[in-house]
Every structure is written in structure tokens, then in C-alpha cells.
Design a protein around this ligand. Structure first.
Ligand code: PLP
Length: 384
């Protein structure tokens, strides 16, 4: 089976992990800070806080933004469930903003309209999470301007997009947001097995994130109320979690980061080749924006006239690991229970009905890609 995504692990990655296993610290050691420095420098951002996975990164970012009961978070329905669940973890409400039918990213026009209506009824969100779907940055400058006007915090869910660019700066620079989060799951751009990160330019948010990822404990005398200055003394100053990453994972991540540009370039080569190979077929590809360079986490197509379930089954039958990204989050039972229904976000629903994700990863060969394209062409013709 050709998978839809998979990690690329080098001998150097393996050696980096083995080195940690032979060292004094396999967690809470020096590799974590090093990995954080590497990612912060790559993104051109002040702080990076590594955590156990991308979901934990979103959860902590919401907590650091003071999201809580009575607040509402808005995100895209075309995303992985974690982009919305992070609000529920904080006791906050979730609402969605429909997608643009061409880029499949949260529509900034729909966001603006919804914000105007919410301002009139005093139901503005406190946090908005734009998701850089498939690796393509949202229109962050406009979202940042709306955040200023309406007073909400922007957390970018950049799980798909490390290595991508927006307006000549790396995704994760946080030029138009408070924080951005990454996931290092094996199908993502770089991997640590499981892992995630929050990046920010705000010193206070960074400090809060570091405290929250390790139970809410501080050893900083300036932040402790107690008079005890014993060397073992620490204080629990708010309720946090154990969301730490290990040094084993951080070493893998830092080693992977040495090849991030190569990974993204290879994804681009394959994606551009897909666009040529599929040119004559009745499918539509994601529309790219002139001011962004996608990291190409996913290569998604929309079928213009074929039954998605049949094409999906025929591709799987041919041992090609196609997938679907995403079932609109508001249609999940958990969100339907919270009052959402079919028809609430029509563009996301219409896109979902026609969407298929084709294989794309750094080590995906031309031969494999030719096979995927030929199979798809054959299936679409047979069912034309
Ligand atoms: C992968 C992903 C996450 C969650 O990351 P994990 O590391 O799997 O917890 C969150 N949001 C989006 C959009 C993702 O693709």
C-alpha cells in the first residue's frame, strides 16, 4: 500500500536518537531547549515551547490566551477535531467560520461578516484559530487586522504548515498572531513520533506556556509568593499538565529540522507534478494564493463529477492509501450534540463530499506517483 503520508527517517536521525539514549538525560535534558532554539530560529520567532503533541500545544495556547468558561473560540470546520476540542478542554464554547470554496481555508470574508453580526449581539469570540489547511497559510494580515478591530486573540493552527511561507516570512513568525502551534506527528512535515510546539513573540505567554506544560509549577523566585528560599522549593501557581516532550523526541526533531527545506521542496516537486499529471482529469486542485508558499502537508483534490465513495474504494482496492481531509468537525456527533447541523457550513460540507487526499510525502517516488495518477485516470474513465 502506498500511504497518503509517511515520515522520512535518515541514518543521522537514528544516530541522534541513539546518542540521547546513551546520555544522562532522556527527558528534561538539554536537547529540548536545543530543538526549541532550532525551530524558533527557523521561524524567525522569539520563543518556542515544545510539548508532547500538537493537541497539547493547542490546549496550552488556549489556556495561555485565558480562554475559559463563558468564552467562545471560532475555527474552521475543515480541520482535525483538535482545533475545536481545545476550546472544550478549557470549558469554552466552539463556533465555526465556513471555508473559502477554492483555497479550503477559513474564509476571511465569512469571518468578517460573522464578526460584524457578533459585535451587534455582544457574542464576539475571544480566540480565533485559523488553520493553514494542507500547509497553505490563511490570509493572516487580514485576520490580524480583524483581531485588532474586534479584540480577539489569534492562535494559528500551523500543524500542516511548518516550512511554509506567508508574505516572504516563515509560517510561525507570528507577525499577525499571538501564537502558532505545530504538530510533529509522523505524517506531518517534520516528526518527533508524537510531539508539538507553540511559538510566540510574547515573553509572558512563553513563560506561562512553560509553566503550564509542567503541571503549573515554577521555580522562579520572582513568580513565587512563598518566602521559602530552600534549594528544593517550588510552587504550584496554577493548574497545568504534564505535556512535556522527551529529549529522545527533541533530538529526532532537531535532526529532522536540518532537512525541512529539502522535505518541503520535494513535496512541492511532487505536488507540481500532480497538477500536470491530473490536468486533463475532471478534478480540481486546491487554489494557491500568490502571497503564500504551501508546505504541502496534503495534496487534496475535489472530484468534479464522480462518486467519491466509489473512487475512494477503487483506489484503496488498488493498494493506494487515499484518505479524506476532513469530515467537517461540526458534523461529528459530539458537535451535533452541541447544536450543530448539516447545512450550517455549506462550503465545508460541499468540499467534503467531493474531497480525496492523494499520497504525498518526501520519499514518494516518481514511479509511485505515476501509478497513483494512472490508477486515478483509469478509475475516472471507467466511471466517466
Ligand atoms: C495533526 C493535527 C493536530 C493535532 O496534532 P497531534 O500532534 O496529532 O496532536 C491539530 N490540528 C491539525 C490541523 C492537525 O492536522
Amino acid at each position: 500500500m502506498i500511504p497518503y503520508g509517511r515520515q522520512s527517517i535518515s541514518e543521522d536521525d537514528i544516530a541522534a536518537v541513539v546518542d540521547v539514549l546513551r546520555s544522562d538525560f532522556i527527558t528534561q535534558g538539554p536537547r529540548i531547549e536545543f530543538f526549541e532554539r532550532v525551530v524558533a530560529d527557523y521561524c524567525g520567532v522569539g520563543h518556542a515551547v515544545a510539548v508532547s503533541n500538537g493537541t497539547a500545544a493547542l490546549h496550552l495556547a488556549c489556556l495561555a490566551a485565558n480562554l475559559g468558561p463563558g468564552d467562545t473560540l471560532w475555527t474552521s470546520p475543515n480541520t482535525f477535531v483538535a482545533s475545536a476540542n481545545c476550546a472544550l478542554y478549557c470549558g469554552a464554547n466552539v463556533d465555526f467560520v465556513d471555508i473559502d470554496p477554492l483555497t479550503y481555508n477559513l474564509s476571511v470574508d465569512a469571518l468578517e461578516t460573522k464578526l460584524e453580526a457578533a459585535a451587534a449581539t455582544a457574542t464576539l469570540p475571544s480566540v480565533v484559530i485559523p488553520v493553514h489547511f494542507a500547509g497553505l497559510s490563511c490570509d493572516m494580515e487580514r485576520i490580524g487586522a480583524l483581531a485588532q478591530r474586534y479584540g480577539f486573540t489569534v492562535i494559528e493552527d500551523a500543524s500542516h504548515a511548518i516550512g511554509g511561507r506567508y508574505r516572504d516570512r516563515p509560517v510561525g513568525s507570528c507577525e499577525f498572531s499571538s501564537m502558532a502551534t505545530f504538530s510533529f506527528h509522523p505524517v506531518k512535515i517534520v516528526t518527533t513520533g508524537e510531539g508539538g510546539m507553540v511559538v510566540t513573540n510574547d515573553d509572558e505567554l512563553a513563560e506561562r506556556l512553560r509553566t503550564l506544560r509542567t503541571h503549573g509549577i515554577t521555580r522562579d523566585p520572582q513568580r513565587m509568593g512563598g518566602a521559602d528560599d530552600a534549594p528544593w522549593y517550588y510552587e504550584l501557581i496554577e493548574l497545568g499538565y504534564n505535556y512535556r516532550i522527551t529529549d529522545i523526541q527533541a533530538a529526532l526533531g532537531a535532526s529532522q529540522m536540518t532537512r525541512i527545506n529539502e522535505f518541503v521542496d520535494r513535496r512541492h516537486e511532487r505536488a507540481e507534478r500532480y497538477i500536470r499529471l491530473l490536468d486533463e482529469l475532471p478534478v480540481r486542485c486546491q487554489q494557491l494564493s500568490a502571497d503564500a508558499r504551501s508546505a504541502y502537508h496534503l495534496f487534496v483534490i475535489e472530484l468534479e463529477r464522480h462518486d467519491r465513495a466509489k473512487v475512494f474504494a477503487a483506489m484503496r482496492e488498488a493498494d493506494i492509501g487515499v484518505n479524506v481531509h476532513y469530515i467537517p468537525v461540526h458534523l461529528q456527533p459530539l458537535y451535533r450534540e452541541r447544536g450543530f447541523n448539516r447545512g450550517d457550513f455549506l462550503n465545508a460540507e460541499a468540499y467534503y463530499e467531493r474531497a480525496i487526499t492523494l499520497p504525498l510525502y518526501p520519499d514518494f517516488t516518481e514511479e509511485e506517483q505515476d501509478e497513483v495518477a494512472a490508477r486515478l485516470a483509469g478509475i475516472l474513465e471507467a466511471r466517466g
